[in-house]
Design a protein around this ligand. Structure first.
Ligand code: ATP
Ligand code: MG
Length: 261
């Protein structure tokens, strides 16, 4: 179906996918990723990562599990408690949720930093420009004067005043090695990843096992709702969240379908 020439690739034509289509969200997501590749912000490997994500989303029922919603709430509480929260953006994230990332950063006072597995200066610049087109005022990642210890040179680059000095980092769709290295630096790591078995999800203090197109707006919604909450209430939300239980619930949902009792 996706090869049909009548299905447009540009988000300008997203309206042409009928919302009544049973797999509307999935088709929309594919078109955004394709468009991301066309305009040079998403790598071709990003298409493969998307396919992997889609498979898990299908198995999870293409919905937000209650356990993923609890994770999103814990993520929001972490962001609001943080001294220096940062949202890390790669080519898939930029293609799928650019405006939503900007809204999350605004709701929580977080920095936005471009961080690529397959880093090229051209793609870094294009993603930064794309985010600015979607309302970002400052985009970090281009200075690259900091390093994540334990990774090879190209993969280790971060901004010293961005991810380098962050206490809480949201890393959606992150590669397992970097997720583990960031956690080893002592940062509180929030991962969005549809695969509950992924090393990235397992390394996270808060694994949000949900599609990024649902997860990011959901974290923002929780952050807005908790904007006036006292620090003690936020800490209670953080403490009550159980990462292993959330991962186990996602695995259970894949095996059994349906919500937990
Ligand atoms: P590792 O075990 O090292 O983490 P990996 O296979 O997960 O390996 P990547 O391909 O870099 O490594 O990760 C892509 C991850 O992103 C996959 O786990 C995939 O499920 C997830 N993913 C892809 N698209 C989405 C999406 N739209 N929303 C949420 N997660 C997604
Ligand atoms: Mg992974």
């Amino acid at each position: 179906m996706s090869d049909e020439p009548s299905i447009p690739v540009s988000p300008d034509h997203e309206a042409e996918i009928p919302e009544s289509h049973p797999r509307y969200e999935s088709l929309l997501t594919r078109h955004r990723i394709e468009h991301g590749v066309d305009i040079g912000i998403t790598s071709r490997q990003g298409l493969i990562a998307q396919g992997r994500g889609e498979a898990y989303d299908y198995l999870l029922g293409e919905r937000t599990l209650d356990s993923a919603d609890a994770a999103a709430r814990a993520a929001a509480a972490h962001f609001l408690l943080a001294d220096h929260p940062v949202v890390s953006v790669n080519g898939n994230v930029a293609a799928l949720v650019p405006g939503e990332v900007v809204e999350l950063a605004e709701a929580t006072g977080a920095d936005i930093e471009v961080n690529l597995f397959n880093r090229t200066d051209e793609r870094m610049e294009r993603i930064a420009a794309h985010l600015r087109e979607h309302g970002a005022t400052e985009v970090k990642g281009l200075t690259a004067d900091g390093r994540i210890p334990g990774l090879d040179h190209a993969r280790a680059k971060v901004d010293a005043d961005g991810i380098g000095s962050a206490d809480v980092v949201l890393v959606p769709l992150e590669d397992g090695d970097r997720a583990e290295a960031l956690a080893a630096m002592g940062k509180t790591e929030i991962v969005v990843d549809l695969n509950p078995l992924s090393r990235s999800a397992r390394a996270a203090a808060v694994p949000v096992v949900d599609n990024i197109i649902r997860a990011v707006p959901n974290i923002t919604r929780h952050a807005r709702e908790l904007a006036d909450a006292a620090p003690a209430e936020l800490r209670d939300i953080v403490d009550a969240f159980d990462a292993e239980a959330a991962l186990a619930d996602a695995e259970r949902a894949i095996r059994e379908g349906g919500e937990a009792e």
